[in-house]
Design a protein. Structure first.
Length: 273
């Protein structure tokens, strides 16, 4: 990797003040802000004066606390407008496939439910019927289950009912299964989904969500590989690699778990009538 080169120290010091406000997520007094940034209050004040002139910082008239200003909002909005989430997901999926040696699928919520839009293959390939355009069972696949845990309850219930009506005529991957409240809570707690009764017996899968700046699930990234190799247990290297990738993508989309909760609520047994 090419070195970043020499930077400007004063800018880096000032950035610590801005980062402190982002981390705290609420207005701060000068002494607290300076302490968190690791500089003296007098030095912090000088930076804040300049930041106020540029609109990066504003100060409440009565309480005297500092918070991010309107120009900081403009920067954030411009950032959101200037990048392509799908391109970022593609890059992340390719890197994850290279790192793990597993197949990686990018899955979004389509008209018929969880739908594969990209498949990136690495390592020794096993014949499987997951391709772009493949629709996944909500309750019978790892990809579907992660959507079930983080998408709105009403949407998920309706999708599961439709799956059950289709019966054996469905072209979805995976058969509809009972999905309990306990399973949903476990997925939300662990941050990923897997499945024991696999659609393809020789293959294992792990799927994790990607959230946007308001906590809405935008897509899922799914690792697929030989069940004898792909360790789907909590804390395994494959799970950690997947979560690292999805957390990075969520961060790039503006999601901050410190201040925003993932969308959706824990639901009950979603395939009860």
């Amino acid at each position: 990797m090419k070195p970043d080169g020499r930077g400007v120290q004063s800018i880096e010091v000032g950035a610590r003040l801005l980062n402190a406000l982002v981390t705290e997520g609420e207005p701060m007094m000068l002494k607290d802000l300076a302490k968190q940034a690791g500089i003296a209050p007098a030095q912090a004040h000088a930076y804040l004066v300049s930041f106020r002139k540029q609109g990066l910082i504003e100060q409440e008239a009565q309480a005297g606390q500092y918070r991010l200003g309107p120009f900081a909002l403009e920067l954030g909005i411009t950032r959101m407008r200037s990048f392509d989430p799908l391109r970022m997901a593609t890059e992340g999926a390719i890197n994850l496939a290279t790192e793990t040696g597993m197949t990686v699928a990018v899955v979004t919520w389509g008209s018929f439910g969880p739908t594969v839009i990209q498949v990136h293959e690495r390592g020794d390939q096993i014949n499987m019927n997951t391709r772009a355009g493949t629709v996944c069972s909500v309750s019978g696949t790892a990809s579907g289950r992660v959507f079930a845990a983080f998408m709105p309850e009403g949407l998920i219930r309706e999708s599961v009912k439709n799956e059950r009506k289709e019966d054996n005529m469905s072209q979805r991957i995976g058969k509809s299964q009972f999905l309990s409240k306990t399973t949903i809570a476990e997925i939300r707690r662990n941050g990923f989904a897997t499945i024991e009764d696999r659609p393809v017996p020789s293959l294992g899968a792990i799927s994790a969500p990607v959230f946007d700046h308001v906590g809405q699930m935008q897509l899922a990234i799914t690792l697929i590989g030989p069940e004898k190799v792909l360790d789907t247990s909590v804390g395994s290297p494959f799970v950690e690699a997947l979560l690292s990738a999805t957390n990075a993508l969520s961060y790039q989309l503006g999601f901050d778990a410190r201040h925003t909760k993932p969308g959706g609520t824990a639901i009950g047994a979603i395939n009860r009538d």
